[in-house]
Ligand binder design. Sequence first.
Ligand code: MSP
Length: 626
Amino acid sequence: MAERFTITTPIYYPNDRLHIGHAYTTVAADALARYHRLRGEDVFFVTGTDEHGQKIEERAQKAGKTPLAYVDEIVSDIRDLWQLLQISYDDFIRTTEPRHERVVQEIFRKLEASGDIYLSQYEGWYCTPCESFWVEGKLVDGNCPTCGGPVSRLNEESYFFRLSRYAKPLLQHIDSHPDFIQPTSRRNEMVSFIRQGLEDISVSRTSFRWGIELPQDPRHIAYVWIDALTNYITACGYLQDDQRFARFWPADVHLVGKEIVRFHAIIWPAILLALGLPLPKVVYGHGWLLLGEQKMSKSRGNVIDPRQLVQRYGRDAVRYYLLREVPFGADGNYTEDALVLRTNVDLANDLGNLLSRTTAMIERFSDGLVPRPSGRSVLRPVAEEAVRKAADHLDRLQVSDAVVAVFELVRRANKYIEEAAPWQLNRTGDPRLADVLYDLAESLRVIAVLLKPFLVDAPHAIYRQLGLDNADATRLHDAAWGGLPPGTRVQRGEPIFPRIDQHLVTAAAAPEGEAQESAEIAIDDFARLDLRVGTVLAAQKVKGADRLLQLTVDLGEAEPRTIVSGIAEHYLPEALPGTQVVIVANLHPAKIRGIVSRGMILAGEAESGLQIISPREALPPGTKIR
Ligand code: MSP
């Protein structure tokens, strides 16, 4: 039987519309689920909603609805969002479903029988937005340590879970399973948290009604964490279908935001230990998407709606941005400009152009048919390396690195077009033309397979344009070199990622200037221009200026030159080193944003965006242009 892979997202609170921060976790989990399906594994990918609790009860009341009617609407909206983003979940669990209520009640019975819960008085502090209880000592300046907001005093009867019992077994487990909590920084945080000692936690409430009644004491309802965390085993079939449960539990990965790692890496495993169940293999706490230094969150009101972004830019662009932009695990700033830049540079320019140039050349130079290669290949080792690296990164949950590995192949293939100059090979009737064209088309096919975990439309489009049937690429081993049959007729189509006009985004439509007729000049006028070839050594963004890049350019002089150029919306700094450019070398130096710029880079602007002017073949830096 195929190996199985179980992955979960947190179950989201349906107290408001979800924002792009929630989409971030879900798209990442989806990429991992799709990757494991590509590996031929039997994947169980579960997401869902965490529907009980005081906050939802209050919101529903305000809206004049029953809690269930209230959450029903939001849940249906959440499902629509996942549909829009093509989230390939296998199960969507709602904590209000009878299957879950039964499991929670049974768990309470079991925990009482094993002496893991007991009735006592809860005294402490409660943060309503975070639905978290805190003992005095954990507050920060008297406020909630998670959100910094005010907390209220509570004193009520409650059932307690003996978390304190499990500090030692947990530390032992973490110690003997180095991969259990990832990344390492979160593991270290958890270890020091547990070492400070664990206190028993309150697991029931009597102050509101919207929850699952405890079978042994119906005055109490299950408090959020036992109710919520147990969703994972309900979905896997616990106490419902032993065979299914044995197959899909323990989960391979619980993917969660870093603020709930504590619940997943401490409370949840302790509950599982108490129930005598195996622990999840990995709890991965990823970072936050920030909006101007702050966590995006509904309570702060600084949220971005993923639906709007999909409408504007397409779901692949949004998925790509979420998966690629921020190194997975770290926090990262969200900006729409960065999304547009990523789409334009990586998807439209690099990937889109590779496809359109390749299919166009096959049409022009090979009657539209993929040629038969001689067996000599320049890109094959690069493609094989990309497959290896992407798989390796995904095996280690390094989603953004995996995307980067695929795009290394895209960039190398584009560069190969310049190096191999198929148009010249065609002109001279050079037989190497077949090898070059095959290399390019086959690389694109490999790229399409490798992109399958991340993008949902583009891989199909690439296959279609290569003249292939997408149904032939369902496994990672389809990325093995040589799968493209010579003689296949390519089907050139529309650009897969049209460039986004940045001006539409910022809505800064400049007034249309009148076309300026240029006055004629004499040859001496031209001779006054010192135009030279340079090679970019380094490039970086200019702080506080969206359009500017600071370049270090080798002009064959004793010292490289610093040049500030307005190309930041068209080129990523990391893509520039090694690029040859044409410089106006005798331009009077100018101070731009405090940087002295010595020279200007030549570029042409087409509708499709800005193109730096480069010599067709490499020229020594400093070569004068006449
Ligand atoms: N219901 C609990 C989770 C229970 S799991 C048994 C909950 N729900 S939530 O709706 O608030 O979703 C929190 C999760 O959404 C985070 O853990 C994270 O996965 C995701 N994110 C919400 N905002 C986010 C960002 N700004 N950035 C990244 N992820 C974010 O907590």
